[in-house]
Design a protein around this ligand. Sequence first.
Ligand code: C5P
Length: 215
Amino acid sequence: MAEPLAGRHVLITAGPTREPIDPVRYISNHSSGQQGYAIASACAALGARVTLVSGPTALADPEGISVVRIETALEMLAAVETALPADVFIAVAAVADWRPAAPSDTKIKADKASVSSLPLVENPDILKTISHLAKSRPGLVVGFAAETHDVEALATAKRLRKGCDWIVANDVSGDVMGGAENAVTLVTPQGSEHWQRAPKGEIAARLASRIADAL
Ligand code: C5P
């Protein structure tokens, strides 16, 4: 089998992040990690060396891939920076936008008055950070966008705002979140392409082969 990504390092983030409130509670989201893991496997199948920086998921480590398990957005950013240099960076993770400003070392009691307000601070934007690296920016940086409407226009704006090269936009107006299929628009500097609704594994294979063509 041809291995068009042989000798390439592909760095991928996947899954949710988990932001602690105290030792037993956290803020997170419903990301399953499926799409990111499928892309990692598809790139490995084309011969790439793949590093997958993953938040907590129920998925097993894909074979032949170096998986770095993290919990928080800050840990995800640090793990990504440690894994550089890479030829390609693909940000698939659903990073929590906010984290509790001062997680408690001890379990917050339910009767405590301070529970009524939880100060939050913004997490770093990992995709934007990596897109703007001066020296070690990967040659191809790919972001994801989940939109329910105006998918193409919003994804085009997001590509410019984040500073990445491509955006893979999910139409999440259906049951894509946590589901087995995805409907995607690929936005590149050359324009946009609509890909038909397909299993996440097929979307992953198609993206991996587009990446191989682009390098
Ligand atoms: O801004 P939004 O969350 O819609 O952007 C989604 C894209 O940005 C995804 O590629 C996601 O992995 C990435 N992202 C990130 N770090 C964040 C927020 C989003 O890498 N803090």
